[in-house]
Design a protein around this ligand. Structure first.
Ligand code: CDP
Length: 777
C-alpha cells in the first residue's frame, strides 16, 4: 500500500543523467491525451464522449464541466489573470485544450481522443491587436464581469514632459515602426508531467518539466489547496527537462488536468505533449509592436528616446513577468548610451491567440527593448550620415561614470562599453570591412555590416521590487559538508542544461578549498532543496551563485573558529588560503579544510554547534548589467536575396567568469537562438486565427547547418555588488544577436533606400520589399 516509489528510486531523477519525465514509469500509470479546438474562437455546443469510451483501454474523458464541480476549471496565471484549465462553454484560440482522454496506454489515449465528438459554433476571431482595440471589436473576456473592451493594462516609464521637450527642440528625429514577432521556444523536450497522487497518504508527487519547482508547488497549493492538496502534501520534482528557455515557467492546463485526474482516480497519470501541441498551444514569446523614436543633434549626440508598444497577449495575460513589471524589464531599452530623457509606454491587449509572453531566453522583455534601441540607433546613424560604430563610441556611457542612473530609473552597476566595441572592431577588422563594402557596392554587390552594443539586466531580483505572484524574488543555497570533507549543495534554481552542476561546484570549491569533484550539486526537488524562484532570465548566477558564495563564507567563518581551537591560536592569527588555515608567519602550522570539517563532527570547541552546514537566502542589492558588442557581416545574393552571415564576432562582458567553457557554450547556443528570430522563426496566423506554421516542418528552427562560425571573446568588468563579481550571461547572445543581424541586412540594403525591415528577414521578404519599392519589377 501507499506510495509505490520511495526516495532511492526518486533520486534517480535528480542526478542530471538524462532522466526525463517521459522516462518515468510507475505501476498502474495512466496516460492522458488532449482534445484540442480546431477553431480560434467558438462556442462549445456539445462534447460527446460515447464512442471514445468504447475504445479499448480508455477509462475516462474529462471536460471543463467535470472540473467545474471541483472549481478547478480556471486557474490563475503568473500575472494574476485567469486562464481556463478546460473550457466549459467557449474556446479562445486554435489548439486550446477542450477535453482530456485518460487511458491505460498512450496509444489508447490517442485513439480515444480521435473518437471524441465536439460540436462547435464558430465565431469571428480577433487576431489583429490593433483591431482588438477598436470600439466595435467583440469583448473577448466576457467571462470577466464589467469588461467593455479588450484592453488589459497601460504602463509607462521615464519622463514624458522632459522627453517631449527634448524631441520638440531636436535637430534630428528618427522614427520606425517595428514588429518583434511571436515566436516559440523549441526545446529538445516538450512539456510533460507524471502526477502521482497517493490516496493513502494524501500526498501528490508531481514530476514535471518546470524551471521553477518551488513556485509551482506554491501555485498548486493555491489552486488545489481547497481539495486537500496543501503545500506540505505536494512534492514537485523537476528531473532533466530537456531545455526550458522560459517556456517551462508557466503552469499549463495539461499539468493541472493530470493532477486532477490522478487525485480523482488515485493512480499516476502521465501527460507528454507532442511537438505540434507544444508549438501551437504553449506560451509564445515576444509579439510586441513598437514605435521607436530617437532625437539627437546633427553632429550625432543622442538626446532622447521614445517607445510606444502594443503588446499582443493572446486571450489571457499569462506572461512570466515579475508582478510589478507588466512589460518585464523593457525599461532597460534606453541602451548603453549617455542621455537623460526617455519615455516609454505600453498597452496590452487580448486577442484569440494562445496566451503567454514568456521570457524566451531573455530577462522578461529585454530582447524586445534591445532590438528597439539598437535598430533605432542605426537608423539615427544613417539619417545623419555617421558611421554606426563612431556614433556608438561617441555616445557610450563612460567606464568612470558607473554606477550610472538611467532615465527610466535603473542603476547600471558597471560596464566598459568602449573596450567591448573596440575589441569586436579589432577582431573583425571593421575598417577593412568598410573599405571592402565600398568596393563591393561599386561592383553592385550587397554586403552589410551590423553592430549591436547592448546592455542587459539580469538577476531578478532585489526583493523590494521583484516578486512573482507575491512571492519575493531571491534565491538560495544550502551546503552540507560531510565529516570526511565531501559536500552536497542544494539550490532553489533549476538547471536545464546550463551546467550548474559544474559552476556551482566551482564556486563552493573556490570559497572552501574542497575539490569540485567532491561537491555534489542538486536542484529541482522541493522536498530537499531550499526554497527559490527557479532558473530563467539568467538569474541563477546573480542570485543562487551569490548565495553559494555567501553560504560557503559562513562555513569558512566557522572553519576559522575550529582551526583556531585546533591550533591553539586566536582567530586573528590565522590566514586563509584555499583549502587551509595557517598561522601567520608559520605556514607549517596549518589545518586543512578536511581536518577542520572532521573536527566539526568529532572535536569541535565546547559550546559550538556541531556539524558543518550553512544555508543562505540571497536577496541581491541590485540587478547585474552584463553587456556585449556584436558585429555581423552579411553578403546578400543580388538575384536570389539569399542571406549569408559571413562573420559574426560576439564580445560579451559578464563580469568575472566562473567557467569559460560553459560561458562560451552559452554564447554559442544563444547566438543561434538569436539568429532564429532574425532570419527564420515567426508564428503566423491567418485572419481566422488559424496557425499557418504549427509544425516543425513549417516553423523554421535553425540548426548547426544554418549557424555561421560564431567568433566569441570577452571583456571583464566585475559587478561591484555581486560576491564574486559575476553577472549573468545565458541570455545575452539571444538578446544581442537579432539587432546585429538585422542591422547588417538593412545596411546591405541601404543602397536601395531601405531603412528598416522587420525580423525575420528572409530572401522572400527582401524580394517583396524591393518589389514594393519599385527597385525590381
Ligand atoms: O540562470 P541561468 O543559469 O540560465 O543563467 P546564468 O546565470 O547566466 O548562467 C548560465 C551558466 O553560465 C551557468 O552555468 C553559470 O554558472 C555560467 N556562468 C559563468 O560561468 N560565469 C558567469 N559570469 C556567468 C555565468
Amino acid at each position: 500500500m501507499g506510495h509505490p516509489i520511495k526516495r532511492k528510486e526518486d533520486a534517480r531523477f535528480i542526478q542530471g543523467k538524462g532522466n526525463y519525465v517521459d522516462d518515468i514509469k510507475l505501476p498502474g500509470m495512466l496516460y492522458m491525451d488532449i482534445v484540442r479546438s480546431p477553431y480560434a474562437y467558438a462556442k462549445i455546443k456539445n462534447i460527446n464522449a460515447e464512442e471514445a469510451l468504447k475504445v479499448p483501454g480508455v477509462v475516462a474523458v474529462v471536460t471543463g464541466k467535470d472540473l467545474e464541480q471541483y472549481n478547478l476549471h480556471w486557474m490563475p496565471t503568473l500575472m494574476s489573470d485567469t486562464q481556463m484549465v478546460l473550457p466549459t462553454d467557449t474556446v479562445m484560440y486554435q489548439s486550446q485544450e477542450v477535453a482530456a482522454v485518460i487511458a491505460t496506454s498512450r496509444y489508447a489515449a490517442r485513439d480515444g481522443k480521435e473518437a471524441v465528438m465536439v460540436d462547435y459554433e464558430p465565431m469571428q476571431a480577433v487576431v489583429d491587436p490593433y483591431k482588438a482595440l477598436e470600439p466595435e471589436a467583440p469583448v473577448l473576456r466576457s467571462d470577466k464581469e464589467g469588461r467593455t473592451n479588450n484592453h488589459i493594462w497601460h504602463w509607462e516609464a521615464g519622463n514624458k514632459e522632459e522627453t517631449e521637450k527634448v524631441f520638440a527642440g531636436a535637430d534630428v528625429v528618427v522614427s520606425e515602426h517595428m514588429h518583434i514577432p511571436r515566436i516559440h521556444v523549441a526545446s529538445i523536450e516538450t512539456c510533460g508531467c507524471v502526477a502521482d497522487y497517493d490516496k493513502v497518504n494524501n500526498h501528490l508527487t508531481m514530476y514535471m518539466t518546470t524551471q521553477a519547482p518551488h513556485a509551482i508547488r506554491t501555485v498548486i497549493a493555491l489552486v488545489a489547496g481547497h481539495v486537500g492538496l496543501t503545500e506540505e502534501k505536494v512534492r514537485v520534482i523537476s528531473p532533466d527537462i530537456g531545455g526550458g528557455f522560459g517556456g517551462k515557467v508557466p503552469v499549463y492546463p495539461g499539468y493541472v488536468i493530470a493532477i486532477a485526474v490522478s487525485f480523482l482516480v488515485g493512480k499516476p497519470v502521465k501527460w507528454i505533449e507532442d511537438r505540434s501541441e507544444n508549438l501551437q498551444a504553449d506560451s509564445f514569446a515576444r509579439d510586441y509592436h513598437i514605435t521607436a523614436e530617437m532625437a539627437g543633434t546633427k553632429e550625432g549626440k543622442i538626446l532622447a528616446t521614445r517607445f510606444k508598444i502594443l503588446a499582443d497577449h493572446g486571450y489571457t495575460d499569462a506572461a512570466a513577468n515579475p508582478s510589478k513589471f507588466p512589460t518585464g524589464l523593457f525599461s532597460i531599452g534606453t541602451g548603453s548610451y549617455d542621455y537623460g530623457a526617455s519615455f516609454m509606454e505600453a498597452d496590452a491587449v487580448y486577442t484569440n491567440k494562445p496566451p503567454g509572453g514568456v521570457a524566451y531566453r531573455c530577462s522578461f522583455r529585454v530582447t524586445e527593448a534591445v532590438h528597439a534601441i539598437e535598430r533605432i540607433t542605426d537608423r539615427f546613424a544613417t539619417e545623419i550620415g555617421k558611421d554606426p560604430a563612431d556614433l556608438r563610441m561617441e555616445n557610450f556611457i563612460k567606464k568612470e561614470d558607473f554606477p550610472w542612473k538611467s532615465p527610466t530609473g535603473w542603476e547600471y552597476d558597471s560596464g566598459d562599453y568602449h573596450a567591448g566595441l573596440q575589441k569586436a572592431m579589432d577582431a573583425i577588422d571593421y575598417e577593412g570591412l568598410r573599405k571592402e563594402q565600398v568596393e563591393k557596392r561599386e561592383r553592385g554587390e550587397l554586403m552589410g555590416i551590423g553592430i549591436s552594443t547592448f546592455t542587459e539586466i539580469v538577476g531578478a531580483g532585489p526583493s523590494k521590487d521583484f516578486d512573482i505572484l507575491g512571492i519575493k524574488m531571491f534565491d538560495s543555497a544550502e551546503i552540507r559538508v560531510h565529516p570526511t570533507g565531501k559536500a552536497i549543495a542544494r539550490f532553489g534554481t533549476k538547471s536545464q542544461g546550463q551546467g550548474h552542476e559544474t559552476t556551482y561546484a566551482q564556486i563552493v570549491a573556490e570559497e572552501l578549498g574542497i575539490p569540485a569533484e567532491h561537491i555534489q550539486i542538486e536542484e529541482g526537488d522541493t522536498d530537499t532543496a531550499p526554497y527559490g524562484l527557479g532558473t530563467y532570465a539568467s538569474r541563477s548566477t546573480p542570485t543562487a551563485g551569490a548565495a553559494a558564495a555567501i553560504a560557503a563564507r559562513k562555513l569558512r567563518d566557522k572553519a576559522r573558529k575550529i582551526a583556531a581551537y585546533l591550533l591553539e591560536v586566536s582567530e586573528e592569527d590565522l590566514e586563509w588560503e584555499p583549502g587551509k588555515f595557517f598561522v601567520k608567519g608559520a605556514p607549517e602550522k596549518a589545518k586543512t579544510i578536511q581536518e577542520i570539517v572532521f573536527a566539526a563532527y568529532t572535536n569541535h570547541p565546547q559550546g559550538m554547534e556541531a556539524g558543518f552546514e550553512a544555508t543562505h537566502y540571497y536577496d541581491p542589492p541590485n540587478l547585474t548589467f552584463p553587456s556585449g558588442a556584436y558585429i555581423c557581416v552579411v553578403d546578400i545574393d543580388s538575384e536570389t536575396y539569399e542571406i549569408k552571415v559571413r562573420r559574426f564576432v560576439a564580445i560579451d562582458d559578464c563580469g568575472n567568469i566562473i567557467n569559460p567553457m560553459i560561458v562560451q557554450g552559452q554564447v554559442h547556443g544563444g547566438l543561434t537562438q538569436g539568429l532564429a528570430p532574425a532570419m527564420y522563426e515567426e508564428l503566423i496566423y491567418d485572419e481566422d486565427g488559424n496557425i499557418l506554421n504549427g509544425t516543425l516542418m513549417d516553423y523554421l528552427v535553425p540548426t548547426a547547418v544554418e549557424s555561421p562560425n560564431w567568433e566569441t571573446g570577452h571583456t571583464i568588468t566585475p559587478s561591484p555588488h555581486h560576491p564574486i563579481g559575476a553577472k549573468g550571461v545565458g541570455e545575452s547572445p539571444t538578446v544581442g544577436a537579432p539587432p546585429a543581424i538585422a542591422n547588417a541586412i538593412v545596411d546591405a540594403l541601404s543602397v536601395y533606400g531601405i531603412t528598416h525591415m522587420d525580423i525575420p528577414i528572409t530572401p522572400y521578404k527582401i524580394f517583396k520589399t524591393l518589389k514594393e519599392k519599385g527597385v525590381i519589377e
